[in-house]
Design a protein around this ligand. Sequence first.
Ligand code: NAI
Ligand code: MG
Length: 355
Amino acid sequence: MASEIVVLPGDGIGPEVTRAAVATLQAVGRRYGHDFRFQTHLIGGAAIDATGEPLPAATLAACRQADAILLGAVGGPKWSDPSATVRPEQGLLALRQALGLYANLRPVRPHPVALGASPVKPHLLAGVDLLVVRELTGGLYFGEKQRHADRASDLCEYSVLEIERVLRRAFGFARARRGKLVSVDKANVLETSRLWRETATRIGREEYPDVALDHQLVDSMAMHLIARPRDFDVVVTENLFGDILTDEASLLAGSLGLLPSASLGDGRRGLYEPIHGSAPDIAGRGIANPFATMLSAALLLRHSLGLEEEALAVELAVAAALDSGALTADLAAPGQAVSTQAAADAVLERLEPRC
Ligand code: NAI
Ligand code: MG
């Protein structure tokens, strides 16, 4: 049966890196005999320019029908005027919310060639393999916002149901990995965090007694993540804490250009994108690192299409390309960098060796 994949290239380097990821999926399709069908749609600044809307109705409708969505990045200086009422980022937030994608996954497994590029000492990074699961559709970002004269407020609200569903995803991943889950909150101060912690404890006891559950306060977790990153397997947390901790965790991998993400809901449909933005400073020059988006395609194969062997093949091909020295400018020594296309080709030829 054919799989329908919606491609949203977006802005800046988005089209350059999604092209490499689509080529990856096409190579996987040929090698393993899968029928992947691609449809490209507008989002972000490109969509504002063409239609006035950051998430056109046709894009949302196509995404609702799709098995999976692959996104580049949105935004850029052209659409960043503070007085603008329509912004590219609104398209992405609206898409995540409309599709109920409440669990954002960011796996971090630093490749040896990238260790030197991280500000964290290499000996702390060897063997790091962690997965951060961030709640994506609740908490402060979606609570009521108010502004009165010299005061402002943002409401942080979570229901048990919202907490349970993301925790179950995280417990499930922990069970399939090394059986360790750290739940991060601020339960010494916040009521939402106390509800979060109670819920985590109950679900762990009743449904996942085989997973070792630990609780950490977010401030000390920020420290532990850098001081002893190897100790963590799966980390789960609410929206704001997750936003901050995932950026911190991305430092462990050396380059933004290597980190993929998946946003999942209750069904199999997911949204897959690199964690980096549209990188307007390097857009259009063919020098962006395509690996974060190609690795996002691997997550798409794994989580939306259930193709674990194919996902692993992509991850191994990217690792082998890095080993072979196919390094873009964010990773290479001066004068040694290869282009986006050459880096992508180094992966593609490993996926589909010529006989
Ligand atoms: P950014 O991630 O686009 O760039 C940060 C730095 O990393 C830049 O120097 C860039 O050249 C470099 N970089 C990023 N991706 C790279 C890659 N694949 N290969 C090589 N170098 C890479 O973040 P920045 O500059 O803060 O934001 C630029 C625009 O992207 C803004 O409009 C922002 O709102 C948007 N953005 C969009 C996101 C999304 O679509 N999910 C996420 C983050 C930012
Ligand atoms: Mg962020």
